[in-house]
Design a binder for this molecule. Structure first.
Ligand SMILES: Cc1cc2nc3c(=O)[nH]c(=O)nc-3n(C[C@H](O)[C@H](O)[C@H](O)COP(=O)(O)OP(=O)(O)OC[C@H]3O[C@@H](n4cnc5c(N)ncnc54)[C@H](O)[C@@H]3O)c2cc1C
Length: 444
């Protein structure tokens, strides 16, 4: 077993290099800083991303947010909890010339679903990724242990013989290059990860034949009874999708919603055409409940290809992968970023144990194996079937035929418990519990 020369002697060294100031990279930087470990984050863009991406954060992640002191800040910035979601048939015409949400064909729970006062873990926390990244950046930098360098593009990686790793980085504003060294390097640089490519790590899997149109849109919430299920999966063979609130949807006020809508198989149009106002309006005509003519304001929009892919390893020497750089899945069910945050929790614990408690860095092999197992056993199949369930010709028939929907409908305790077990046994990785189970042979 290799010796560990890097147990911390003080707070000045060692330093972790992180590629990517996305939510995963910044979450890792913040958690490491709170454990007394310094990091430098490089980000090729000039700010954190504003794109319409994740918005639903799972209970297990909320508890971690509370632990690191950002849960209440998220609530104060408009984050709220909902319990749901539900699945619906496509929208229907109403008597006033407008459209109503289609009939609900399956759902999780029927009680009141939006409650800002609910404690962590009571349901799904809604908070847009762009705002979360801004908060994580602010919190990380304010620790004094995190340096973030924007406009800095990773160019090359050198795993040195002196037990450090160095990177060459291009300063996008001047065109010149500089180098940085650290004890470990973490590639949190998203699905197209240059870290992964530079290490020649395969990213096997496939790309779906459908794209998604994701828009953040301000809509007037019609007065009347509050919908008991603010997040609706729309079941349709072509324009399947999900409608979810980004702000607490109070009746009689305008609030921000995310519409994520499937596009036809192998749609030949360019992304610019798909994002054009006429096309988006034509989709909304059939997708947005409420009176006509439609009254909305789009604040953000993007087209996404969707994939199921997993890196063949999440560790190569002193370089680790986390988040989308290591695994990607379609966004139905919110298993992308949540899984990335669970990577960070396991990686943070591993690095603390190696750098501060004298454990062997073979722990990082366990990190790689366990997080890849999580994707293979849970995230990949679950997200795949979350998507296949909404691509449905006949929502009623699908919910009758599929054991998952039948269990939701009839509350079959055995099946629901097996689903819970699947989550609890396969999603998160508790490094300390694994070591206890394996006999804790890694402490040097
Ligand atoms: C429509 C949609 C909805 C989604 N909804 C959810 C949801 O509700 N819940 C959920 O859990 N997940 C969801 N996801 C998935 C989620 O958005 C991703 O899993 C998440 O963005 C991954 O974060 P990351 O930090 O790993 O990568 P990214 O967010 O991609 O960040 C990577 C960062 O690295 C930077 N970078 C890249 N290359 C370099 C380089 N060479 N040098 C320096 N920096 C570099 C990038 O500029 C970027 O800032 C959704 C995705 C989509 C598309």
């Amino acid at each position: 077993m290799p010796t560990n020369d890097h147990a911390l002697t003080g707070f000045d060294s060692p330093r972790i290099l992180i590629v990517g100031a996305g939510p995963v990279g910044l979450f890792l930087a913040l958690k490491l800083a709170q454990s007394g470990i310094n990091s430098t984050v490089i980000e090729k863009e000039d700010s954190t991303s504003k794109l319409p991406r994740a918005c639903g954060h799972a209970g297990i992640v909320q508890h971690e947010f509370a632990k690191i002191g950002i849960y209440d800040k998220i609530k104060a910035m408009g984050g709220f909890i909902s319990v749901g979601p539900c699945w619906r048939k496509p929208l229907i015409d109403n008597d006033s010339g407008g459209k109503d949400l289609g009939e609900m064909v399956a759902n999780f729970k029927k009680h009141k679903t939006v409650d800002p006062s609910m404690p962590p873990g009571s349901g799904t926390l809604h908070f847009p990724q762009a705002k979360l990244s801004e908060l994580l950046l602010k919190e990380a930098v304010s620790t004094g242990r995190v340096e973030v360098r924007f406009n800095s593009d990773l160019e090359s990686i050198q795993d040195n013989i002196d037990d450090t790793v160095s990177i060459t980085v291009k300063d996008m504003t001047t065109g010149s290059s500089f180098s940085l060294s650290g004890t470990y390097l973490v590639g949190a640089d998203g699905a197209t990860s240059k870290t992964r490519k530079l290490l020649d790590i395969p990213f096997a899997g496939y790309t779906w034949d459908r794209k998604l149109l994701a828009t953040d849109v301000l809509i007037y919430n019609q007065p009347g009874e509050e919908s008991p299920h603010p997040t609706s999966f729309i079941m349709d063979e072509t324009h399947f999708g999900v409608i979810t609130p980004l702000m607490e949807p109070k009746q009689g006020t305008r609030s921000l919603w995310r519409y994520t809508i499937g596009l036809p198989v192998n749609d030949p149009r360019s992304n610019d055409e798909l994002l054009g106002p006429e096309y988006v309006e034509s989709i909304y005509e059939n997708y947005m409940p409420g009176p006509r003519p439609l009254d909305y304001e789009i604040t953000n929009k993007s087209i996404y290809s969707i994939h199921q892919r997993l890196a063949s390893t999440m560790r190569r020497g002193r370089v680790l992968l986390a988040g989308d750089a290591a695994h990607i899945c379609n966004p139905f069910g919110g298993l992308g970023l949540n899984t990335g945050f669970l990577d960070v929790m396991a990686l943070h614990d591993s690095l603390v144990m190696i750098l501060k408690e004298g454990y062997s860095d073979e722990l990082l092999d366990i990190y790689s194996d366990e997080r890849r197992r999580s994707f293979q056993m849970f995230v990949d199949p679950m997200s795949t079937y979350n998507l296949l369930r909404v691509i449905s010709k006949d929502a009623e028939k699908t919910t009758e035929d599929d054991w998952y929907f039948r269990a939701l409908k009839n509350g079959n305790r055995r099946v629901l418990k097996s689903l819970e077990k699947q989550v609890s046994e396969n999603w998160a990785t508790d490094m300390r519990a694994i070591l206890r189970a394996d006999g804790d042979e890694m402490q040097l």
